[in-house]
Structure formats: C-alpha cells, structure tokens
Write a protein that binds this ligand. Sequence first.
Ligand code: ADP
Ligand code: MG
Length: 710
Amino acid sequence: MKVTNLCKTYATKTGEKVHALKNVSFDLPSSGMVVILGKSGCGKSTLLNILGGLDRFDSGDVECFGKSLMSLSRKELDNYRNFFVGFVFQEYHLIPELDVAENIALPLQLQGETDTEEKVKSALQQVGMVGFDKRKVEELSGGQKQRVAIARALVKDPKIILADEPTGALDSHSGENILKILKWISQEKLVVLVTHDREFAEQYGDRIIELADGVVMSDSDRSYQETDTEEKAKLQKSRLPIKTAFKIGRSNFQHHRNRLTWTILLSVIAFSLLALSLSVAFLNPAHVFCREIIRSDMELTAIYKLHWYRPENVVDQSLDRFLGDDGRYNEDVPMTMEDVEFLKSLTGNSYSLVYTDLVFSFQDYIAASLNQQNEARRQNPEICYANCADGYIAMTEEECEKLGLTVIGELPKNAGEVAINECLFNIFAIKGLIEGGTIFELSSYEDIIGHKIPVHPGRIISNGPYYSSDPSRIKTITGVVITGCSRKCFNEHYAPEDRSTSQNWETYHEKIFVCEDYFDEYTYALCAIPQDRTELKEMVNFILGYEENNLSYTFVNKLSDGFYDSLEAASLLKMLFIYLSVIFLFFAMLLLSNYIFSSMQRQTKQIGILSALGAGFGDLCKVYGSAIVALCSMIAAITLVLQVLTTGWFNNYLQSITRYLRFSLVRLNLPASLLLIGVIAAVAAAGCLIPLIHIRKFNPTAIINKGQIK
Ligand code: ADP
Ligand code: MG
C-alpha cells in the first residue's frame, strides 16, 4: 500500500477550509503493526478513513493491490471495503439487532457466503470470545464488544485491519487486551492502528508514523517489510442475504409500536377508502349490466329508440327533474324496420317489432290495469305509478255511457286526435296550456277543444318543457272525458300520504282517450338475449354507447330501470370518488411515507455501519426494503380484505338511496386492486429509496456521526 501526496480539505459549515491532510506520503508493508500517532485533530481518523475507502480525498493517491483508490467508483469502493478492509472503530459500531455470531457473520454474508458458522467460530476463538456467539450485543462489556468488533473485521480475512483508537473507550486493562490481540493479528496481516497514546504506540508499534496538523512529522520505519509481494485486487460485488437484511431492517418497526399501530390503522382506512373510490371510478356499466342480465335468467329484452332534444319553452321548473345531465330530454320514438336492420347488422341479433302494450280495449283493460296497479303498489308502496296521463285507452261512446262518464266535445276519430281526462284538464286549467310557445288560459272544458298537445306513447304527457319536438306526436284535443274525478279528488287519491288507500281507483281517470287505430307505429323492438357472454357484452356495449343525430337506443326490461337509475347515481359518485381518491391517496401516501422516512432516519447510524462494512446500495435497499415491503404487504392485505366489506356496505348504501337498484353495482375489480397495490408499492419504494439516496451522498463515517446529515 502506497500513499502519495495525499491532501484532504474539509469545508466547515461556516465556509472555513480545514486542511486535514497535507501532502502525506508513505509506503506500508503487507504485515506488521503500523501506528499512526498524533494529537487529537491532527488528521489521524481522516487518514485512516481514506485508507479504508470510507472517505474520498482531494488530491494525491492511495495505491493498494494494484488499484488506485482515486480511480475507484463508488460501487467499487463499497466492494473494496467489503473484501479488503476490516475496520475497528472506537465505539465498536456493532448492530444491536443481531447477536454476536450474526454481527460477525455479516461481512461474510455481504460477500455472498452462506456457510459462515466455522469461520465465525474461528474468529471468536482468535479474539478469545468462544461461547459468546448467541449473546446479545447489549449484554457485553466494552472490551468484549471491541473484541467482537475485531472478530467481525477479521472474519472475512481482509488484507488490512484499520483500527481507529480502538482502546479509546476502554479501561486500561481491556485496552491492553485489545492491543495484544491486534498485535497478534499483525503477525500475518497489516494492522494500522490510530492512537494519541505514545506509550501504547511505542510498546506495540512495529513502526510509528507521527502526524501533526495533517503533516507527517516523523516515521520510525522500524522493522519495515517490503510490500512487493502484493497481489492484484479483484473486486467482487457484495450480496446480502434477504433473511439477514430483513432481520436488521425490521428492527425499524420494533420501536415506537404505538406509532406503528396508528400508521397501519390510518393507512388501512385511507387505502380502503382509496380502494372503494377506485372501484367506483373504474366502474364499468356495461359489465355490471351484463352480469345482472346473466344472473336474472331473462330471455327477452325490449329495446326502445330515444330521441334527445332541448326544450325551447321551459315554463314549469318542477319538470326539470326529467332533464338529463346534459340539459336534454328524451322521448320514445317509433321503431322502424330500418332500425331493426341496423341493430341486426351491428349486434347480429334478431329482433321483432312490437306495438306499445299500453293500448287496451276497454273490458280487458280495467281488470288488467287494476291487477297491475295493485301488484305494482304491493311491491313498491312508495311509488305511485298513476298520474293524470299514463297510458292510453280506446273507448266507444257506449262504453263511456255504461260507466257513467260524460264526454265534453267528442271522442277522437283518427290517429291525430285524442280526448283528455278530467284530471289532466284540471292541471292545464291551473297551469295554462302551452301551444307553440304561447300560454292559453282555460276557463271551461270547451276552451281546450281544438288545441294541440304532445303525446308520448306509453309515457306521460305534460304541459311543460317535456314537450315533444316530433310533429307526429302533436295531437289535437277533441274532448274532455268527465270521469268523476275532480282536481280535489285527484289530489286526494294521489297525494303521497293517501297512496295506499287508492287501491280501488279505476284507472281510466288517468288515461288518454284514443281511437282504436291510434297506434300504427311500432313502439319497441323485442330481441332474445344472447346466451353467449361475449355476444351479450358486445350488444350491451353497443346499445349503451350508441348515439347519432340525437337518436339512441335503450334497454327496457325488469332490470333496466334500476340499471339506468344507478348509472346516474354512479356517474355522479364517480366524479366525487375520483376527487376523494386523490385526497385519500395523498393522505395515505403522506402517512405511510412519513412513517417510513422517520423510521429510516432513526436508522441512519446502522446504514453508516453497514456501508462501512462494505454494503452496497443494493444491500441497503434489501435491508430497509424488505422490512418496508413486509409492512406494506401487510397494509395491502388488510386493505384488500376491508375492500370486500366496504364494497358490500357501499352497495347497500347505494341501494338505499336509489329507487330501483336491486343489485350490487360496485364490484371489486382488477384494475382498482392492481392500482391500489401499485400505489402501496410505489409508496414503499419511494419511502425506502429517497432517504437512502439522500444518505448515500455522504460517506459512511459521516453517516455514522449522524449529526453531519441534514
Ligand atoms: P483526529 O482523528 O486526528 O482527531 P480528524 O482526522 O478527525 O482528527 O480531523 C482532522 C481535522 O479535520 C480536524 O481539524 C477536524 O476538525 C477536521 N474535520 C474532520 N472531519 C471533518 C468534517 N466532516 N468537516 C469539517 N472538518 C472536519
Ligand atoms: Mg479521530
């Protein structure tokens, strides 16, 4: 080992320059005890750290085993420490999480050796500590600790042992013991001992190099041995086994257990909410619909065609609830053969066209609709199906007479005409009738005859913004049928609190009266539900996604009301949950990374010791990464379990706030789960890597003396 013109300058925090070493040069033999002697602050430690590859220098060079330390990269310097240098520190720097044998085995493990037992035993023997292998570090005296530290330096059979005031913290008896051991080692290896104690130096040193203010004052050069037998160095990569890495790293989490518990708890809550938010955000409506259709065993579904339009005269604000998200209304429009052909070409399904089922001949009608209504009310008492314009009825004058209904004006005679019921008239009478943007006041039944109103097949008609723009839907009013239901009577029967008592209500009170040939158009297409899952998905995707020229298609079946209803809820929730996701994500990341970061900070010294022993960046990542990965895996696992519960709870909640939803809308889905795991992994990686990268900017001794790291 050859040191030439070594210079090292430190910059202090105040900006002052300290010349710790000035042009230091000497040769070192391959064995023997070389003592570097000098007063405190003269540069001894600086010199030793440079020789051991723990610190960089400004100029000059250190040549050993055919390599110049100046030219080594950071990685190579790690490996140099790992394979060639055994360091003994004044404060021992053992790792408290590991027992004696494990501390000693550490450098071997860093070298990638797995079978360490024999070597550890022999190292313990050399320092006179046989039988102490399972002891904990805290249970040892200072002298014993230092002997373990020497064994740790010895075990990897390094070329040189560097000892920086190894007796500084010991009583004189233990100190002498240590020096004797080092002296004995120096028969075979080069031992460089730093001390300020001249007596020790003269007693044990084969050669004394005296430093003062960074300059070599004297060099005894006693019993100097030539160094020409030096072999060339081969630098190998260090490899720490995961098991040891985990053992050191997990100690991170053994302190401050309360804080750890809180962190896990809060992180799990935050991540669970994140998971739920992601499940909602990644909700695939087509997927949900298909799943429910398959589960329902439905064989047929109706497809209606919808026309979307913007109302021109918005008079009645209460009808705003019919407005879609985009400020448009929709109305059913007739299905044609062209629609059928189009649907067929796209979805490969066959369709049949159907007339609306809301036209009944009189006799069948009353019985059927009464049953229907009773059944509907029984299933869903909070919903009132009836209103003053729900469905159509074709009645003759004789039939009206038989029921005691009076017709003011006439019953309709062709498809362009309708007669309205008394209730509907009363509503128009209160609100006024809008026709072509003008509001007409009505004072008697006769006043409404000849006016035009929009009529939707199978749907309500209304005197407001829900106003058809399709001219074929505009019908002329020919008369008013007095059903014996006044406005007051209507309110009595349909007021929310009285709904349950209106069971015997004869439903012609709410019908639009039309003639037999009123419907000459198909209302919807009926098609078989594909048995093949992918075909069904394609069809559902198409129907849900299609809109052209303000025309779209929609499913009408026993699931569709709930489905579209919940879609609306879901699309609102989706936005909300995307924002919530970001907030929870931020919160969870902050919480977890803060914990990881601060626990890493507590471990700064350990990182320094491991670096000093030659652990590379990869090893350090293993040490801290393995524990963090374990922590994060635990959080991820609990979160995924909780996800099942929160999803269940959320589905119940959704069902309670939506009217028709009868199925679970939100499902655990793969993208959400993967993203969640990804986020946790990213937090783990960042929490581990950022502090490590920061710390690695400093040399190992600086890291050990923590104070120097901001
Ligand atoms: P010794 O080990 O002989 O007591 P050192 O080698 O530790 O002395 O220090 C030599 C000189 O360099 C001292 O003046 C010390 O104050 C200075 N020094 C050591 N380390 C640093 C540092 N990281 N920053 C600034 N000055 C330092
Ligand atoms: Mg010192």
